[in-house]
Ligand binder design. Structure first.
Ligand code: GLU
Length: 234
């Protein structure tokens, strides 16, 4: 119901959704996402926030993730981001979509003037009927001024552009309670909810359940609904 009513939807894709265990882009999966969006995109503004730059860069360079420092991962992201953007363009154009790339640093969302600029660019991309494909500007941010995970970045983007809905696709089915049942709805982010965080991380992404709850907090403060779903299936 929330998705049907929404005017602007932000979809966040985790590295594990879009890059397989060997570090290759999951073309079939991305193609099925583009197909799923066909019906929605006529009626709504769609934004995609996609991770995967570092994962694709690592596999292209045949480097093992465990050994790299931040400076090196920035260079690796700069190589991987081109591949990521290229794949989006190729697969989305095949499905009759236009795409534009937006790389964002925390300054762009946290400073009002820059945030307004960001919003302006999104608005104009919507006018051009293009889907903005967003990632963090990994190449310039240091650890102190980095989001580091795209969950909070996606939530800030949703807030700035006044999106009604954020869908976070991940490799988890949702938020689990202590008896391993999915918590279907969260209306308040209190200590009880935060106590469910084990902060399990996947192999490529830097987020976990904690950053997803932080994203939910940003959404709640701006009247945006957030869904957490397993994106692994086509
Ligand atoms: N921006 C990073 C990338 O594209 C990923 C951040 C995250 O793990 O969410 O590789």
């Amino acid at each position: 119901m929330y998705i049907e009513k929404a005017k602007t939807i932000v979809i966040k894709i985790g590295s594990s959704n879009i890059v397989d265990k060997r570090g290759k882009l999951k073309e079939k999966w991305l193609n099925s996402l583009a197909k799923d969006l066909k019906n929605l995109a006529n009626k709504k503004n769609i934004v995609i926030v996609s991770s995967g730059a570092i994962a694709l860069g690592l596999s292209y360079l045949k480097i093992n993730k465990k050994k790299i420092k931040l400076e090196m991962s920035q260079a690796i992201a700069s190589i991987g981001q081109i591949h990521l953007a290229e794949e989006f363009q190729k697969i989305f154009e095949k499905n009759n979509f236009r795409v534009g790339q937006i790389l964002i640093s925390p300054d762009d969302t946290e400073q009002r003037k820059r945030a307004l600029n960001v919003r302006g660019t999104f608005d104009n991309l919507f006018k051009l009927k293009a889907i903005p494909i967003v990632n963090e500007n990994d190449t310039t941010a240091t650890s102190e001024i980095k989001y580091g995970d795209n969950d909070r970045l996606a939530a800030r983007v949703a807030q700035i552009i006044g999106a009604d809905t954020l869908i976070i696709l991940s490799d988890v089915n949702g938020l689990y309670d202590k008896s391993k049942n999915i918590v279907k709805t969260v209306n308040r982010l209190d200590e009880k909810i935060y106590s469910l965080v084990e902060n399990s991380k996947n192999s490529y992404g830097s987020g976990g359940i904690l950053t997803k709850l932080d994203a939910a907090k940003i959404c709640m403060n701006s009247g945006c609904h957030m869904f957490l779903a397993n994106g692994s299936k086509e």
